[in-house]
Structure formats: C-alpha cells, structure tokens
Write a protein that binds this ligand. Structure first.
Ligand code: PFF
Length: 523
C-alpha cells in the first residue's frame, strides 16, 4: 500500500534541498522571535546558552533528522509514524509517538500562516504609506491592534483587511504545496531565498550606517546596539528559564525536533550526502539569525529607544519589536516606504518558505500511508488546515495563538526531539546510526559527536523536560497564568488539539491495518 521508492518525488538537485531546508529554517523565528528573546532575556545573557544549545542540540538533531528522513524514504515513508516503526519494529506503540511529527507541524502551520499574512499586509501598508505619519509607540500599537481586530479604532474597524491578506497568503501556500516538492517547494525557495537575503542585506547595511540620532544619548549608537546583543552576562547562566528559552529557540529556528526535516529528507536518494548538506543548511540559518536577525531590529531599536525601553518593548509582546518599533524606526529614515516594504517583504519571504515546510508532513502522510495522489493530498490538507486556522484568527485576543505556540512550537518540539534522539542512538544503535549518517557523506562528523549524540543530547533534553515539569506544569495545566475570561477559550483550544491528535492516531491505526491486510494478501 505504500508507494515504492521509485515513485517517490525527488529533489532536482542538492542545492534544491539545501535551499528548501534553509528556507524552512530561516523564518519569522530568525527575524522576530530571536531578537525578541535576546532582548527579553537581557541581551548578551542569552547568547551563551543559545550557542551551547546549537552545538549540543541543534546541530546533532539536524544530522539525525536528515539521516532518519533519508532512511525512511527508502521504505516509502516520509513521516515519523512509518520511520519510527521501521526503526523499532518490535514496538507496537512507537508509531503513535510518531504522530507528534505530523501534529506538531500542523499546529504551528495554523498560527504561523496567519502571522505570515500580517507581514504581507504590512508590506502593502508600507508601500501605500498607510502608517507613514505615525511617530510614537502608542499610535503604532493601536494601528497593529486595530489590524488584528483587537480593538476598533480610527485605523481599522474590524478584521476585514487581516482576513483578506490571510486569504491571499493561505492561497499562495496552497498553490505551492499543490505543485509538490520539485515544482512547488523547490521552485518557490529558489527565488525566495536570494530575494530574502537581498532584502536582509539592504536593511543590515542601512542599520549599521545609522548615526546616533538622540543628542542626549550619544551612546545609543550602532556599537552600543551590537554590544547589547553580544556582551555576555555570565550570571544569567544560572537561570533555568534562560536555558529553556535558548534551547527552545534553537529548535524553532532550525526547524528541527518536529518532523519537518524528516519529511524533506525522505525525498533524498540513498547515496545522497546528509552531513555536509545538513551542516550547510544549519550554517545558513545561523548566519541569517545571529548575523542578520541580530543586527537589524535590535541595534535599530537600541539606537532610537535605548536599552531599557528596548527590553520593555520586547517583554510586552513578541510582535512589538517587529510590527511597532521597527516601522517607527523606518519612518524616520529616508525612503521609508521602500525600506518598510523591504522589512515586511523580507518577513513574508522568510515566512512562506517555512510555512510550506510545515504543511509537507501532513501531505506526505496522506500520500505515503493512504496512497493518495499528491494533488488530492494537498487539497485535503488545504481544506482541513483552512478550517483549523479560523480560531487563531478570530480568537487571537483570547490567547489562542499563544496556546498553539506553546503546544506546537515549544512543547512538541522538545518532546519529539527527545524521542527521536533516543530512538536514533539507543534503539537504532549508535554504531549502526553512525554508519547510516556517513553513508554517502561528503564530510566526516567529528568523533566527539558520537559521545554527544549518545549521552549529552538526550540528557540535556531530559533535563529540560524535567526542569519544565518541575517548574511550570502545574501552573500550565491549571491555567494559572490565564486571565479568567480567556480560560474557556484556552480549554476549548486544548480539547480541539487533543481531538486532532486522536484523529491522526486513528488514521495511523487504519493505515497500518490496511498495510497488513495488503501484505497478507500478497504473501
Ligand atoms: N524555523 C522557522 C522559523 O524560524 O520561523 C519556523 C519553523 C518552521 C519551525 C518549520 C518548525 C518547523 F518545523
């Protein structure tokens, strides 16, 4: 019942898959989430845990996902249930853990696409000069709140514009997914990635050549801004929260630990390299995050608002730096409509190359396990995802997006990564795994990583999960941080998510039942 490997879609070139994986990794996380995390966690304090997490979690998981994905593709499986099942055939339940690798990306897709649509809307607003004469935080904030439908004000009276741009963004995503790996995803990334880098480099150069506009604070300049990001603060290493956030950011930004790269790598051939390609994609993402993402929003905010206010802005909401502070800074530059367009279109390109990757596991699951054609699978996915997106749009003000981000974009990532690394190094077995990674490899992984992958990465992940349970779980389960009027929405979101998970698990059960029937019929 599964497709034979011969029928599987393929990437057309090595550059194609590297661009696609880099496209998935480089996203809103690099240009919005990363600066917000850095600023909210006191600037340079964040960077040491971040770099340690990159070396001990991010890079190993990148190699693991590429390897397991290519391995699974060899059996006609592009998603975690089939891949996990092939690694641990004796365990009847492991395939259900694999459901997280379809569920997690779907959950992120639901809210990510909506946020992505704001960036498209703001690209147009920038060009049309719609927010051009707003000069202070509070009016720019009400512009954003009006747009998001959080309040009715002089700028917007309802969700009309937001919904319009959501429809456009969703349709573009649907179109790319419909055209498949080579004709859709690869083609989209091949033009979007260079355009994204072009926009980022223009803004990077612009921010680095800003003077010190505030005469009372001449120290609010580019050097000070970069120092804010980079000067380390060793005392922060003692904070568990900073470590959790840094590790979470590494997963989110690299798109690892959730099943997306498994699916992309399943379209590789057995002899294709995974080590050098995976490293290249990770390096491209880190360049985009640390060098470009770290040098645009933060120094710009620092120069205009100083360190204390930058931190306050970042702590008051993930979107404030990107949708409030950055347009204000840009409004004070020459050619501001073009620069504003450059900023928001950069975000849009970064967003779309990521959201299409989030859709692919569900599409691949339908294709591989239910033998559907690519087009049928894409249409079913688009229909279901469209319905699932609605609560994120209409109940944003009730905290639904934050709730989805917690379960999809934080919890599932760490949980799935833990399962994956244990399966890889302990069940598959480190020696077999090491040989599998290096099959067809153009580069050898330093031997020390054998130790890291076997012991350090799993322990690190288990510690994170343990610390989390210990510190936060009671609060999370009882919704202690949720305001009373939102509790019913959060609860409904949780039930909705549980239902989606159960449906996916039932689909896995049905697919396996059919598979055995077919196999028995053949033998
Ligand atoms: N890496 C993307 C970003 O930085 O915005 C987000 C993302 C994409 C997360 C795909 C997870 C994923 F599987």
């Amino acid at each position: 019942m599964s497709q034979t490997p011969k029928e599987r879609q393929r990437w057309s070139s090595r550059l194609g898959i590297i661009m696609a994986v880099a496209g998935s990794a480089i996203g809103l996380g690099n240009f919005l989430r990363f600066p917000a995390k850095v600023a909210a966690n006191g600037g340079g304090a964040f960077m040491i845990p971040y770099l340690v997490s990159l070396l001990l979690l991010g890079i190993p998981l990148m190699w693991i996902e590429w390897t397991l994905g290519r391995y699974g593709g060899g059996f006609g499986h592009g998603t975690a249930p089939g891949i996990f099942h092939n690694i641990w055939r004796k365990n009847r339940f492991i395939k259900y853990f694999g459901v997280i690798g379809i569920f997690g990306p779907l959950v992120i897709f639901i809210y990510y696409t909506y946020i992505e649509s704001w960036t498209l809307a703001y690209s147009f607003f920038a060009l049309l000069g719609k927010y051009h004469n707003l000069m202070d935080q509070s009016s720019m904030k009400s512009f954003l709140s009006g747009f998001q439908g959080l309040e009715q004000n002089q700028f917007f009276n309802g969700l009309g514009w937001a919904y319009f741009f959501f429809l456009i963004t969703f349709s573009i995503n649907g179109l790319v997914i419909y055209h498949g790996i080579k004709g859709g995803i690869e083609r989209c990334c091949q033009w979007a990635m260079p355009a994204l880098f072009l926009c980022a480099i223009i803004l990077f150069a612009r921010v680095l050549t800003l003077g010190a506009p505030n005469p009372t604070h001449p120290e609010w300049n580019v050097n000070g801004g970069l120092g804010f990001v980079w000067n380390p603060d060793f005392t922060a290493l003692k904070s568990a929260k900073v470590w959790l956030e840094a590790a979470g950011q590494i997963f989110f930004t690299l798109s690892v630990g959730i099943g997306v790269i498994l699916t992309y790598a399943s379209y590789l051939r057995k002899n294709d390299d995974v080590v050098l390609s995976g490293t290249t994609a990770a390096a491209a993402n880190e360049f985009a995050e640390v060098i470009l993402g770290g040098s645009i929003i933060l120094p710009a905010a620092f120069i205009f608002f100083g360190p204390t206010e930058t931190q306050v802005i970042a702590q008051s909401g993930t979107f404030n730096l990107g949708f409030v502070t950055m347009p204000l800074v840009i409004n004070q530059m020459p050619l501001s409509p073009l620069m504003g367009f450059c900023w928001f279109f950069l975000l849009f390109l970064a967003g779309i190359t990521s959201s299409i990757s989030l859709a692919q596991p569900a599409v691949a699951f339908l294709e591989d396990e239910f033998n559907l054609t690519r087009r049928k699978a894409a249409l079913i996915f688009t229909g279901v995802a469209f319905i699932l997106c609605q609560p994120a749009i209409f109940f944003l003000k009730n905290g639904v997006v934050d709730e989805l981000d917690f379960w999809g974009g934080t919890f599932c990532l760490v949980l799935f990564a833990t399962i994956e690394v244990i399966l890889f190094s302990w069940v598959f077995g480190m020696d077999k795994a090491w040989a599998e990674v290096h099959h067809g490899a153009d580069m050898k992984i330093p031997e020390i990583y054998k130790f890291i992958i076997k012991y350090v990465t799993p322990l690190f992940l288990l510690t994170i999960l343990g610390a989390w349970f210990y510190q936060d779980w009671i609060k999370i389960i009882w919704m202690e941080n949720v305001v009373p009027q939102n509790k019913v929405y959060i609860l409904a979101t949780r039930f909705g998510l549980l239902l989606v998970f159960i449906i996916l698990a039932i689909m896995v059960k049905l697919a396996w039942k059919r598979r055995y029937k077919d196999e028995r019929a053949q033998s």
